[in-house]
Design a protein around this ligand. Structure first.
Ligand code: BES
Ligand code: MG
Ligand code: ZN
Length: 496
């Protein structure tokens, strides 16, 4: 979809969306023509329209200057408007255009809205995402016909909004890349596919890429990742991708993404109604990949390392049993109490590897626990951290990007619960597994964030099990992968 800026609108463009803030009742902005002013006054007078957020007033007009279809869109009070609403307004405009069976839209970017050009454009583009990528023939053509082809943003200073539009394009594309990886099925989006995408990023942006294959992982002793992979016919991989945008020698920001290609649960097999969408268990890995597709273009001036462990969690003759005891990359032994608590096993090794690279901050993003769905629902991801400054930074970034976080506790008693009677640790507290499941997942991970000298790194764990995938989309989302984490991490890195 093409987004452009212009000083005036063209009549031929067919469909014009005109934002209306309550304040315009007293004084319309100078971008309103006299015809537009008359039209909106007519609606206000007839009490058909009040300007409440998302309320609309539609006209088919015959005019020398106006497009045939004009729709006013309520934006509420200017003083209450914000970035999050602007993104939703963008999504709503995409819907209004489709409802008019149009593929091109012109939007009057009045000053109150122009402040949020980036977010508005993000909303337009995020809502233009097509979920049905795997349809063929007529069905596929019908889907494509629904997509918008262009949006023209009319403003008094078209030059000044170009940068915001470009940024929005990069961010939305990154988010949609992540959504593709989350929505795609495990038979197509496998570890090799992730490797291919990472190689493309390397070629396009010059990132450093290291691929740890099964033999490397065995030599190094990635016991957690290898254990989870045991039941799968496809070998595991760990991708390490590096953007050196910061000062030479400056400590890196390390981002770890859980990449379970499909989570059957292993011998602790997931039942029907829990297993169907478990191709989305790559959402953490997908967010890190999406982020790297934007880092260079956004000119992020930090050293950033992405660590992405990838494997299926399958069953089969070779698969691990509950009660198996394995040795992790950091030397700790773990008693497997559930093969379905596999995410923490692959993340633990990745965190150990990350901690040894001496990060300023280390953040992992993972669809780790079903429990977080009950705790927080799908509008907040859960955050657990050992560092106050990192916490404040992440909360703020989440707020600013509408990719919100809520802190949950990581208590030393949660850590105690993860000790085994027979090995150093167990991967679930099966004595009281239903109590604080998300906190205990985080507690397990906290045993793997130290360097070789035993010093813990500043770390945060973000559980996106409830937010990565939605059946109740926001105005700029569709059913399926949301791309959660991408905007959060971009904001976080920008604000460092
Ligand atoms: N991938 C799941 C978590 C999940 C659940 C993601 C629902 C998205 C939706 C994870 O590997 C898992 O199976 N967790 C277990 C942990 C339990 C065994 C302690 C769970 O939540 O049941
Ligand atoms: Mg699992
Ligand atoms: Zn999982």
């Amino acid at each position: 979809m093409q987004i452009s800026s212009a000083k005036t609108f063209k009549k031929e463009n067919g469909f014009l969306v005109v934002p209306f803030f309550h304040e315009y009742e007293k004084k319309v902005p100078s971008l309103y023509s006299s015809e537009l002013t008359a039209l909106v006054k007519q609606g206000l007078k007839a009490k058909e329209f009040t300007g409440k957020t998302f309320e609309t007033l539609f006209y088919t007009v015959e005019s020398k200057t106006l497009p045939q279809k004009v729709e006013f869109l309520g934006c509420g009070k200017a003083e209450e408007f914000n970035a999050s609403l602007a993104r939703e307004i963008g999504g709503a405009i995409n819907d209004l255009t489709k409802a008019q069976k149009k593929q091109n839209v012109t939007i009057l970017l009045t000053p109150e809205l122009a402040l949020y050009t980036q977010e508005l454009t993000e909303g337009l583009l995020l809502k233009n995402y097509r979920v049905a990528k795997y349809k063929t023939g007529e069905d596929s053509d019908a889907e494509k016909k629904k997509e918008l082809k262009s949006a023209t943003l009319v403003s008094q200073k078209p030059e000044q909004i170009k940068k915001a539009i470009e940024r929005a394009e990069v961010i939305a594309e990154a988010t949609n890349t992540t959504r593709d990886l989350v929505n795609g099925p495990a038979n197509m989006i496998d570890a090799n596919y992730f490797e291919k995408i990472a190689k493309k990023l390397q070629a396009d942006y010059g990132y450093k890429l290291t691929v740890l294959r099964k033999n490397n992982l065995e030599k190094l002793g990635w016991g957690g990742l290898l254990m989870v992979n045991q039941g799968s016919p496809k070998p595991p991989l760990c991708l390490i991708i590096e953007h050196n945008g910061g000062k030479k020698g400056a400590k890196p920001i390390i981002l770890v993404g859980k990449g379970i290609i499909f989570d059957t649960g292993g011998y602790n097999l997931k039942p029907t109604k829990s297993i169907e969408d478990m191709n989305m268990d790559t959402a953490g890995a997908s967010a890190v990949i999406g982020l790297f597709s934007a880092l260079k273009e956004l000119d992020i001036k930090q050293n950033v390392i992405g660590i992405i462990p990838l494997t299926e969690n399958s069953i089969g003759g070779e698969a691990a049993f509950p009660s198996n005891i394995i040795t992790m990359l950091n030397g700790k032994t773990v008693e497997i109490r559930s093969t379905d608590a596999e995410g923490r096993m692959i993340l633990a090794d990745a965190l150990t590897y990350g901690a040894e690279r001496d990060p300023k901050y280390m953040i992992d993003v993972a669809t780790l626990t079903g429990a977080v769905i009950y705790a927080l629902g799908d509008r907040y991801s859960a955050m657990f951290t050992n560092d106050k400054e990192l916490k404040e930074r992440l909360l703020k970034a989440g707020e600013d990007a509408s990719d919100n976080l809520w802190e949950l506790p990581l208590h030393k008693e949660h850590k105690e619960k993860m000790k085994s009677h027979i090995a150093d640790l167990r991967n679930i507290d099966d004595g009281s597994a239903h109590l604080a499941g998300s906190s205990k997942g985080a507690a397990f991970l906290s045993y793997f964030i130290h360097d070789k000298k035993g010093a813990d790194k500043a770390w945060a764990h973000i559980d996106i099990a409830a937010t990565a995938y939605t059946v109740d989309p926001r105005k700029y989302e569709l059913r399926g992968g949301t791309g959660v984490g991408v905007r959060l991490l971009i904001k976080f890195l920008e604000q460092l």
